[in-house]
Design a protein around this ligand. Structure first.
Ligand code: NAP
Length: 278
C-alpha cells in the first residue's frame, strides 16, 4: 500500500495541479482546477483556442466553443473533448455579429445552465502598411477582433452579473502593447481589448466578475505559418527564451486566469511571449 496516495500497487499519475480528495478504498475522486465550471471559448477549432479547450477539458470544465467555417475541425474537437469526459458543444457563430453573439450566449446558458469562463479568442489578421490598408481591411479586423468582444461581453454580462461570478479573458497580443508596422488595424484591435478588460473589470468587479487579457507573442499556429522563414527567425532572435511559443504555452496562462487561482486578479494583461523584446 502506498501511504501517500492510498493505492494498492497501481501508480497514479498526478499532475502537480490536480487535487486528490477523499480516498475511499481504491477509489479516488480526482478534481481538476476547473471541475464543475462551464467555459465558452470563441474560435477554438485551431491554434490557441483549441489548446485552451483541451487544457480546460483536461481540468474538468464543460466546454462550449465557436468557429466560423471549420466544420470538420469542430466535430473532431467535440469528439476529443468528450473523450476527456466532459460535455462539449461546438457552435458555428460569427464573432463579428452582434445578433449571433447574443443568440450564442442564450443557447449556451440554456444548454449548460451557467457560464463561468469566457475566453474571447477568435481573431484574424489583414496585414499591410497603413497607407495601403483599404477600409475593408480595417473594418474586417476591428469587427472580428474588437467589436466581437463588445458583442459577446454585452451578451454575457447579465449572465455573469446574475451569477455574481465569472472570469472573462480576452486574447490580446504583444502588438496591442507596443504597436507593429504593417499591423495598424490588428494592433489597434488588440490594444482596444486591453482597455476593454480594464473597463469591464471596473464595471463588474463589485458583482464578482473578473476581466483580464493575455498578450501572446510569436506563437506557432496557422496565423503565423504564413510568415516567411526570415521573419520567423528574426522574431526568435528577439525572444529571450529563443523559441517560438506554442498554443499550449498560452493555454497555461488561460488556465490560471480561468481558474480560482487568479481569484484576486482583474484588469490585468499577462504577456506570454518568452520575453520578446519590443
Ligand atoms: P488561428 O489559428 O488563425 O485560429 C483562429 C480561430 O478563430 C479559428 O478557430 C477560427 O475559426 C476562429 N475565427 C476566426 N474568425 C472568426 C469569426 N469571425 N467568428 C468566430 N470564430 C472565428 O489563430 P491563432 O493563432 O490560434 O490565434 C488565436 C487568437 O490569439 C487570435 O485572437 C489572435 O489574434 C491571437 N494571437 C495570436 C498570436 C500568434 O502568434 N498566433 C499572437 C498574439 C495573439 P475557423 O477555423 O472556423 O476559421
Amino acid at each position: 500500500m502506498n501511504k501517500k496516495t492510498g493505492t494498492k500497487g497501481a501508480r497514479l499519475n498526478i499532475n502537480s495541479y490536480l487535487w486528490l480528495i477523499k480516498p475511499t478504498h481504491n477509489t479516488f475522486f480526482i478534481m481538476g482546477l476547473l471541475t464543475g465550471k462551464v467555459a465558452l471559448i470563441t474560435g477554438a477549432t485551431r491554434g490557441i483556442g483549441r489548446a485552451i479547450a483541451t487544457k480546460y477539458a483536461t481540468e474538468g470544465a464543460n466546454i462550449a466553443f465557436t468557429y466560423l467555417s471549420s466544420e470538420e475541425a469542430a466535430q473532431s474537437l467535440v469528439a476529443e473533448l468528450e473523450g476527456l469526459g466532459v460535455k462539449a458543444i461546438g457552435y458555428r457563430s460569427d464573432a463579428a455579429s452582434y445578433d449571433q453573439a447574443h443568440t450564442l450566449v442564450a443557447e449556451v446558458q440554456k444548454e449548460f445552465g451557467k457560464i463561468d469562463i469566457l475566453v474571447h479568442n477568435a481573431g484574424i489578421t489583414r496585414d499591410t502598411l497603413l497607407m495601403r490598408m483599404g477600409e475593408e481591411m480595417w473594418d474586417a479586423v476591428i469587427n472580428t477582433n474588437l467589436k466581437s468582444a463588445y458583442n459577446i461581453t454585452h451578451a454575457i454580462t447579465s449572465v455573469m452579473a446574475r451569477q455574481r461570478s465569472g472570469s472573462i479573458i480576452y486574447m490580446s497580443s504583444v502588438v496591442g502593447l507596443g504597436g507593429n508596422a504593417g499591423q495598424a488595424n490588428y494592433a489597434a484591435s488588440k490594444a482596444g481589448l486591453i482597455a476593454l478588460a480594464k473597463s469591464v473589470a471596473k464595471e463588474l468587479g463589485a458583482r464578482g466578475v473578473r476581466a483580464n487579457c493575455i498578450a501572446p507573442g510569436f506563437i506557432q499556429t496557422d496565423m503565423t505559418a504564413v510568415l516567411s522563414d526570415d521573419i520567423k527567425a528574426s522574431f526568435v532572435e528577439n525572444i529571450s527564451l529563443r523559441r517560438a511559443g506554442t498554443p499550449e504555452d498560452v493555454a497555461g496562462v488561460a488556465l490560471f486566469l480561468g481558474s480560482d487561482m487568479s481569484a484576486y486578479v482583474t484588469g490585468q494583461t499577462i504577456a506570454c511571449c518568452g520575453g520578446m523584446r519590443g
